[in-house]
Each structure stands twice: as C-alpha cells, then as structure tokens.
Design a protein around this ligand. Structure first.
Ligand SMILES: [Zn+2]
Length: 379
C-alpha cells in the first residue's frame, strides 16, 4: 500500500503502518490538551492508543495464521487509523474454512479480554475508576479489556466484508451456491453500511469512513465473486487468441508502435527462433518511446519475466491473476508448444458475452462448460 512505513516481519508476514496513523496520534494528543488533561494523562492516552493498535494487529494476525492452516498466504498486514487490514492471497471457498478464518480475528480479542479480566479482578478498584475519556494507570487495563470486547463485537456485526459478514456468507454457503450467498451478504452489508454512514454523520467520523469502506468493499467483492462464477468450468483454451502478431527482440520500438496503431492488440509477445523472449505492452511501449526514442530495441525494453499459461488452466484462476498483476498479455502453451495468447481484454469480452447470454433469459451460456477441467481454485 502506498504511503506506508514498514515495521518489519512477524511470522514471515510483512507489516506496514499507514502514515495517516500519525494523524490519529496527533488528534488524540490535541483532544487531550484541549480538554485540559495533565501530561500524565496524555501519556496514558497515547500508550492506550498503541495498546489498542497492538490488539488490532493481533486480531489481523489471527486471521493470517488461521488462513495459513489452509495453505493461504498473507501478502501483508497494514495498520490504518480505522483498523488493520490483512491481505490474504485468497479467501477460502470452503465455507467451513472461511468460517474459521473469519472468526479467528474476533476470537483473538476475546482471548485478550479474558486475560485482562483476570488481571483486572486482582485489582477491584480499577472498575470504579473506569472512564473512557480520562486515562490513568488504574483504569488502563480495565478500559483495554472493554475495548477488546467492543472490537470483537463490532467486527462480528454482519456487515460484509467485515468479519461478521464473512461468517454470514459462510453460513449461507452451506445452504446455497456461493455467488448467491455473497449477493445476499453484500446486500445486508451495504444496508448496514448506510446505517453506519448515517450514525457516523452525527456521532463519529470514523464510523462514517468505515461505512464507506464497507459499502464499496461489499460491492467490489460481490462483483468479483459473480464474475468468477461466470468463468467457472472454463479453461484458458476456451478463450485464447490464436491469431496475433508478434515482435522480435531486434525490432525497433517504431515497429511496435506501428503494430499498436494498426490493430486491436495493445500488447505483443516478443519471439525469436520460435521461443518466447518477453512481452511488450502499450504502457511499456509509450514509456520506452518517451525515454529512448523510436529507435530503441524491443529486446532492451520488453518485460522478460512472464508467466506461461497452460491451455487447461482454469479461467477463474487466470482472471484472479490478471487482477493482481500488471501483465498485459500471457503466452499459452500446450505440450510445450505455443498455441496462442491471452490478455485481460479476452477475459472481459468473454465475461460480457456470458453475462449477455445469462440476461437473455435462456440461461444458456455461450460456451458449454468442459467439465473435465473444472476445478475449484483454492489458490
Ligand atoms: Zn477481522
């Protein structure tokens, strides 16, 4: 994520903190000074903020470690002022697994709250000095315990894609197809998000922000799941382009630009002696043109690390790959032979066609699914 500071690695997972978190620290200090708190109280408040920060981080780590049990890696964890964000490489499609991963976060906060409860009961006075607004050494742990309970409960509100919403989707998925379960969970999530925004407008700006994130997040994830379901059962071979134009490493950028202007393709494979050497996208072409002029060699500016697709690879997996990587075009091989190319645009056109056929009411997809290659992708 942009504007993030690396805090190092925990359990092999990169941890970032977003710079806006500093604004939150500043805001807390400002509020405390403005309300006439002593230096001691201000220090306790800042310490409390960092303690909460740590609890939120452990919540995210809970998700990440639960996902690891199912061989799902976590790309990174970013701490934002409105909470943490663990970016899992994928969400488990098995409802039982999704349930475990979603519950792992709030469970961590419940465990912390229980431990703090034990600590607090040793000091009965701390409950009496409980006050969210002024903080001191006595109320610190009690308030932290309450905060962890709130964290657990708030995250369990069934507002997809919050944890509670994922729990809801997983539970619905036991009864119905996942795309339908996602649609229902996302609708409930968006309804609640509007509520958050409304309450946030009057009481709490953070709730307003969270509401916006939930609304957009629910939409994006619902679309993503619907789209993937349209692709399920198809493989790369069903949509690849077999007629395409290529470049050679010794060609000049000038030639690449001619090809770009001459046809529909926006990216090209670079081939010599029948071997794929790299690829060149429109963006890379324009950049090379600006930096080195039209006589630059294609071989010097092309992308050399490219992934090869095999013809029988599930289309939904490749769709996810294109969402997450910047590759514009990938070669497709079958038994060691180059048989075509595939780009994002191919998949988008395929999705549009499938959608149109679905909407036409006959319910028949344009291409029949080849059941032999259909596999659930749990990447
Ligand atoms: Zn969570």
């Amino acid at each position: 994520m942009k504007w993030s500071l690396s805090l190092g690695k925990v359990s092999g997972i990169q941890v970032y903190i977003h710079w806006t978190f500093l604004i939150l620290v500043g805001w807390i200090v400002f509020q405390n000074v403005a309300s006439g708190q002593t230096t001691d109280q201000i220090l306790w408040s800042v310490a409390f903020l960092f303690a909460i920060f740590l609890c939120v981080f452990l919540h995210e780590l809970g998700h990440a470690l639960a996902a690891r049990r199912y061989n799902i890696k976590t790309r990174d964890i970013t701490m934002l002022p409105i909470g943490g964000l663990a970016r899992l490489e994928s969400i488990p499609e098995d409802p039982k697994q999704e349930l475990v991963v979603a519950l792992a976060g709030p469970a961590v906060n419940l465990v912390i709250a229980s431990l703090l409860w034990l600590l607090v009961t040793l000091d009965p006075g701390s409950a009496e000095s409980f006050d969210m607004m002024t903080m001191d050494s006595r109320s610190f742990f009690y308030t932290l315990m309450v905060a962890n309970l709130i964290l657990a409960l708030f995250n369990l509100i069934p507002a997809f894609p919050m944890d509670g919403g994922r729990v809801l989707r997983a539970l619905l998925s036991f009864q119905m197809p996942r795309p339908k379960a996602t649609r229902i969970a996302a609708s409930i999530g968006q309804f609640l998000a509007i509520g958050f925004v409304f309450i946030g407008l009057f009481y709490n700006p953070f709730l307003l922000l969270i509401g916006f994130f939930i609304f957009l997040g629910a939409q994006a994830e619902s679309n993503f799941t619907q789209t993937r379901s349209l692709l399920q059962g198809y493989s790369v071979e069903d949509v690849l382009m077999t007629r395409y134009r290529t470049l050679e490493p010794d060609d000049k950028i000038e030639k690449a630009v001619d090809l770009l202007l001459d046809g529909q393709s926006t990216a090209f494979l670079v081939i010599s002696d029948g071997v794929v050497r790299g690829s060149l996208s429109r963006q890379e072409m324009i950049k090379a043109l600006a930096n080195y002029g039209k006589n630059a060699r294609v071989g010097d500016v092309m992308r050399t690390e490219i992934r090869q697709l095999s013809a029988d690879e599930p289309l939904e997996k490749v769709y996810t790959y294109f969402q997450e990587h910047r590759d514009a075009l990938l070669p497709v091989v079958k038994q060691g032979q180059l048989i075509g190319v595939l780009d994002k645009e191919n998949i988008h056109e395929f999705i549009m066609v499938q959608n149109a056929m679905g909407n036409a009411g006959n319910g028949l997809p344009y291409l029949s699914r080849n059941n032999g290659t259909s596999k659930q992708t749990t990447v």
